[in-house]
Write a protein that binds this ligand. Structure first.
Ligand code: APR
Length: 254
């Protein structure tokens, strides 16, 4: 039998129907939700890592080897993010939070802070934040905004070297934040997976966690430009730019 042609309108209608009867909704976002704001994604051909090997700029070993290169890279990202604005996809997720209130949570792999800038309140930043630094000696964490901090920023309290408060490859996620994200995935009726390739763990584990969650498990809605590693776990797929599909979904819910 020939496969049915993909019908975005029909998928949007199915997603709206599921969301209309839900009370607990969790969202997992990745770089794609910020793409239309002008923040490069990671694994696209014009990706952020171009010109830099991941090991050089996003691992503890890379930082030990060449902290100035790592800081140049992160200062560039900080300045980029200081110049962009949340897009309609971010704003649509704020509207969803308004609808579900305390039944809503958003776990993001993004470090750009654009969800909070748009007005999202319950946000679990499982990969840290570009705004924050952490002292490699006294461990003090500080919000330093999005300015260029120079090539070798030093802790004002103990004189130790600062690093970005970002979760690099081979590092554990911040425990409390991760536990909160897992609880939100376990307890939701609908998990919306937006703009992530779903290949980086443990963040991508939130999808099976939600599916196995409290009986009967969550309905998973994927919202992405393309099919991904999460597609086989999704019940509904909204394929297109999230800055367009999410506002349409919210409109259907009104
Ligand atoms: N709308 C929806 N999805 C989009 C859009 C868009 N406008 N533009 C791109 N995408 C999708 C891509 O199709 C891709 O599936 O966003 C996804 C981006 O994937 P990645 O670049 O791999 O980003 P992400 O999944 O967030 O990466 C996870 O990997 O490098 C680490 O720590 C880093 O948090 C990051 C993690």
């Amino acid at each position: 039998m020939p496969a049915q042609p993909y019908d975005l309108d029909a998928e949007l209608a199915r997603a709206a129907e599921v969301l209309r009867s839900a009370h607990r909704v969790t969202v997992l976002t990745g770089a794609g939700v910020s793409a239309e704001s002008g923040v490069p994604t990671f694994r696209a051909s014009d990706g952020l890592w171009e010109g830099h090997r991941i090991e050089d700029v996003a691992t503890p070993t890379g930082f030990r080897k060449d902290p100035e290169l790592v800081w140049r890279f992160y200062n560039g990202r900080r300045v980029n993010v200081s110049q962009v604005q949340p897009n309609p996809g971010h704003h649509a997720l704020v509207a969803l939070e308004d609808r579900y209130g305390s039944g809503f949570a958003l776990a993001t792999q993004n470090v750009d802070g654009l969800h909070q800038q748009a007005g999202s309140k319950t946000v679990f930043e499982v990969h840290g934040s570009l705004r924050r630094t952490r002292c490699t000696d006294c461990e003090r964490v500080e919000d330093r905004g999005l300015t260029d901090l120079g090539n070798r920023p030093i802790c004002a309290h103990c004189g130790g070297f600062l690093r970005p408060d970002i979760v690099w490859f081979h590092e554990p996620l911040p425990e409390d934040t991760w536990m909160s994200a897992m609880r939100a995935a376990q307890g939701c009726e609908v998990l919306l997976v937006v703009g992530t390739s779903a290949v980086v763990y443990p963040a991508a584990e939130l999808i099976p966690i939600a599916r196995r969650g409290k009986s009967p498990g969550a309905t998973v809605i994927e919202c992405n430009l393309d099919r991904t590693a999460a597609t086989t776990q999704a019940d509904i797929g909204l394929y297109g730019p999230s800055g367009e599909t999410l506002p349409r979904l919210v409109e259907l819910l009104r």
